[in-house]
Design a protein around this ligand. Sequence first.
Ligand SMILES: *Cc1c(COP(=O)(O)O)cnc(C)c1O
Length: 451
Amino acid sequence: MTNSSLTHRDLQVLWHPCTQMKDHETLPIIPIKKGQGVWLEDFDGKKYIDAISSWWVNLFGHCHPAINAALHQQLDQLEHVLLAGFSHQPVIELSEQLVAMTPAGLDKCFYADNGSSAIEIALKMSYHYWLNKGCKSKTKFISLTNSYHGETLAALAVGGVNLYRETYKPLLLETIQVESPDCYFRETGESWENYSLRQFKKMEIALEKHAHETCAVIIEPLVQCAGSMRMYHPIYLTKLREACDQYQVHLITDEIAVGFGRTGTLFACEQGNITPDFLCLSKGLTGGYLPLSVVMTSNNIYQAFYGDYAQQKAFLHSHSYTGNPLACTAALATLKLFQQSPVLENNKLLIAQMKKATAHFADHRHIGEVRQTGMILAIEMVKNKIDKTPFPWQERRGLKVYEYALSQGALLRPLGNVIYFMPPYVITPGEIDQLANIAWQGIHLATHSHP
Ligand SMILES: *Cc1c(COP(=O)(O)O)cnc(C)c1O
């Protein structure tokens, strides 16, 4: 089997996610034969550094021996059982560990099998909590511009990236959108902290006006990943937690992308010293092995659903593969890797290396900003550096970097004009340098060529 024979068969029968399929008349699909650590290998024997952790899911590299071994063992024991009326060891152990390791006050775990479903659950639970408490007026959600919470309709409704949202607008819940604290547009010389604080005023105004009809505020703490890896200061989290308490509105934090060490701390919420009312986790939860997500919440919220059956307070929501034992086993093996070595401490070296390897990027004529939060580093290409005028999206400059990087053995799938690194934690400093060189050359090619 070769790349081209498989690609031919692929295009006969597949419709790929988030893709204009016509692009593949010229841009080849890459069938991957195997993975090892940060490396992916295709059917022609070409290797690529997985610089984006296969869409932010992979934490410790592909085909990790310890996760593989745990899965082999679980496979011979129990592959799946329903989670209503039944339970199993992996899901119980995982829940115990998640309750112990997340910020204090998150006491209960409700599972699903993907991030968008976790968001739907958090939104429904928040609304239902207020209803069970006798408050019928709370039916809306406050979300941020440029946010991303998934593709199902309610998740899309609380999202703010127009590229994904605009087409489906007539189908979406009405939401209250507040301007993001993302620091890209701060004044020259202004600190992240100051800008995020200034932007918080807009949230305060919205809460004051809409608290009576609002169930919850939903945010991605510190990094709006799908929204071009835009970043903001943790002070916003602290302020938002205070305001949500003051105005009696829930806080939902979506750590689906940023959880499990991506921002430098195990959870991004820790940097603002907060506990949300609902914490959504997925992606890295299973180390990038299997689909699983969880919504964690407090005993207080759980109690509002607890009562005699006839009171009709229960949360009657389910997914067929909720809490799948294999997925929970992959998650437990992943958490064990965090316990066995000082991962976050070791990552500090990689964080510094990413910064160092891209230090000269900021001087490039067509780079508007290089920004970093922990293990996420983003490079924003612009047409005009002075006023940050973007390249027209039609020119698809990011795609040019992507194609160049593939030719050089790196998977650097961009977000529009933004190139970013969000690698598995097993990447080496040398491989980071390699990535930086490839990105630099690719950006040079993409910005000096005419469309
Ligand atoms: C990926 C993502 C989601 C959606 O998760 P899926 O598993 O793709 O449905 C939600 N929120 C954030 C912040 C994400 O990055």
